[in-house]
Design a protein around this ligand. Structure first.
Ligand SMILES: Cc1ncc(COP(=O)(O)O)c(C=O)c1O
Length: 339
């Protein structure tokens, strides 16, 4: 019997059998520990709780038609967690410990990896936080790294379809020279007012503009933005956005299907010139954008008037998903089989 109705699974937390933990103490990392509990015992003065000393990652494991489980570009997530750790002065997790913890978490929870063809995947969440106590504002002396996994359903349960976005001018997600390039919890807390307001108005997410001038597109909720025009894939360059691994992969794929690619500041007015637009990230791969509304400027930018994602968006999406599922040749060397 199947463990779940995989196609109907939400993007939510489901308990699996094991998670992996590792502590940094006395200047060094300890041994990995396997736990069956989804709770942690945290010091009441831990810096992760008080001063936002925490960072996380998100990646997925995919079951192939051949019965092999593959991870997508896990080393990029390991590198980004090191960058984020340094960004908020935490002890970085060595790549080898990251690898061991992620692979063990997947292997031990093998039965939770959704079957090939279900569209569901195993989401992997590495988390690092200051677990040592401090009262003054300073970095902790102790850190906890953990990795849990949870199966998540297909992002688009009725097939990929365009979503509407709201431009937000009254909340900034991150400041120039702030923490926007790091995957730290504070950025997500800062984005919540805008995301909740956008959702309450019926939008899929909020588009954040650059905090300094409010002139350029920064990010699309918890995803990077891209627009396509004149056979060119264009995505924002900004000092306050997360360097999306999905976006970098789409840029590489765009190159192989004959698109030019540009990473540069994208002014809001340029939205009027794109023929396709989308938000990209691990969760959905691509969320095609149907409409972007800018209430303060009384503007609406429309992309999918027939209700369907554009052809280039679909091409990029299908190619990346096929590589991740192991259906397409892994010509970029992005996939690692979990043996
Ligand atoms: C703020 C933000 N931007 C972009 C992304 C997309 O990044 P990736 O493609 O590495 O998942 C994410 C999700 O991880 C995110 O949280």
């Amino acid at each position: 019997m199947e463990l779940f109705d995989w196609k109907k699974l939400a993007f939510g937390y489901i308990k699996t059998d094991y998670n992996i933990r590792c502590k940094y103490k006395d200047g060094k990392w300890g041994k990995l520990e396997v736990s069956t509990s989804d709770y942690i015992d945290v010091h009441i003065a831990a810096t992760g709780l008080h001063y936002g000393q925490e960072a996380f990652e998100g990646l997925k494991a995919y079951m192939g038609r051949d019965g092999k489980i593959r991870l997508f570009r896990w080393e990029e997530n390991a590198d980004r967690l090191i960058l984020s750790a340094e960004g908020v002065k935490m002890a970085p997790v060595p790549t080898e410990i990251f690898r061991e913890a992620v692979f063990q978490a997947v292997k031990l929870n093998r039965k939770f990896v959704p079957p090939y063809g279900s569209g569901a995947t195993l989401y992997i969440r590495p988390l690092l936080f200051g677990s040592g106590p401090e009262i003054g504002v300073k970095p902790a002396a102790e850190y906890t790294f953990l990795v849990f996994v949870t199966p998540v359903g297909p992002y688009f349960k009725e097939g990929i379809k365009p979503a509407n976005m709201l431009i937000c001018r009254d909340v900034d997600r991150a400041a120039p020279f702030g923490t926007g390039i790091f995957k730290v919890g504070g950025n997500y807390a800062a984005s919540l007012r805008a995301l909740v307001a956008a959702k309450a108005d019926g939008y899929a997410s909020a588009i954040f503009l650059d905090a300094r001038e409010k002139k350029y597109i920064d990010e699309c909720g918890p995803a990077n933005f891209y627009g396509i025009k004149d056979n060119t894939y264009i995505t924002p360059k900004s000092e306050s956005i997360l360097n999306s691994i999905t976006n970098r992969s789409l840029i590489d794929i765009a190159g192989t299907i004959g698109l030019k690619t540009e990473r540069r500041p994208v002014p809001v007015e340029e939205l009027a010139t794109f023929t396709e637009a989308g938000a990209c990230g691990t969760a959905a791969v691509i969320s095609p954008i149907g409409k972007i509304v800018d209430p303060d400027k009384n503007m609406v930018y429309e992309y999918c008037r027939d209700g369907k994602p554009g052809p280039l968006t679909m091409k990029l999406y299908n190619m990346l998903v096929a590589i991740q599922n192991g259906d397409e040749d892994d010509e970029f060397g992005w996939m690692t089989v979990v043996e």
